[in-house]
Write a protein that binds this ligand. Structure first.
Ligand code: SF4
Length: 251
């Protein structure tokens, strides 16, 4: 990765940190709660996950031993607020089986595992994809790995820093090769991206109020309003926030 990419990624980080401040992730009391939350948060919002986690807490089930013992039926009922509760019950049970098979259900043993080895093993657990595995590694076990999500891809694409079809590992590679492997930096950066995505970079982006509004790192010029690529000078009209396409300029 070029020095320019590193500079751009750090500039984005600094702008977001200045705008939003520390995000204090992950919102959980224990490492194990982070792990369970990382699985429950698949395809749902955090509010629903919190309800499911509270149910587990009330029944004193937020430990590897307790989740191993609880019946799938009871577990499904308790995590119902997180959605896809039958699938997530299986995923949690798969994860717990893995923890006991590989580490005797001991988080400290798990944390001592080499990061690449552990990541590989996690990805072999049915229902654990790269984002969940990396969230567990970074936020529960303090391993220096960058977590990518749909917001990361969308924001990089909209700012011409990644292709629209860039896959998880291509985007992760960009961060991992450009930035220091610093757990605190990776922790905060991903949390800030989620905040940016939720508050501003939605499907219909709120660019005028966004902290990245005047941030341009362009390999290809794009319209700063509709994000359409502007291949030639004829198609673009210089504007305060970069360039506009003819259509947006005419509106
Ligand atoms: S809302 Fe607009 S300015 Fe903000 S990150 Fe998304 S595309 Fe960029």
């Amino acid at each position: 990765m070029s020095e320019a990419t590193k500079t751009a990624l750090m500039a984005v980080y600094q702008r977001l940190f200045k705008a939003f401040g520390p995000q204090k992730w992950w919102p959980a009391q224990t490492r194990f709660e982070v792990m369970v939350g990382a699985i429950l948060t698949q395809n749902t919002n955090w509010g629903n996950v919190e309800k499911a986690l509270n149910n587990l807490k009330q029944k004193r089930l937020l430990s590897p031993q307790a989740l191993k013992k609880v019946s799938p039926k009871k577990l499904a009922l308790l995590i119902r607020p997180a959605g896809y509760f039958n699938i997530k019950t299986k995923r949690l049970k798969n994860f717990i089986s893995f923890m006991f098979r590989e580490y005797d259900g001991d988080l400290k043993k798990m944390a001592r595992e080499d990061m690449a080895v552990l990541r590989h093993k996690l990805l072999e657990v049915s229902g654990i994809g790269p984002e969940t595995a990396d969230s567990i590694l970074l936020y529960a076990l303090d391993k220096p790995v960058f977590v990518v999500d749909a917001y990361t891809k969308r924001i990089l694409y909209r700012h011409n820093m990644a292709q629209q079809d860039a896959d998880y590992h291509a985007v992760q590679d960009m961060f991992m090769r450009s930035l220091d492997h610093d757990v605190s930096l990776f922790n905060e950066y991903h949390a800030l991206i989620v905040r940016l995505g939720k508050d501003f970079c939605k499907s219909n982006p709120l660019c005028p109020q966004c902290p990245l509004n005047s941030f341009h790192y362009s390999l290809v010029h794009k319209c700063s309003r509709c994000h359409r690529a502007l291949p030639s000078k004829r198609d673009r009209i210089s504007a305060k926030a970069g360039y506009l396409c003819c259509e947006c300029d005419a509106k």
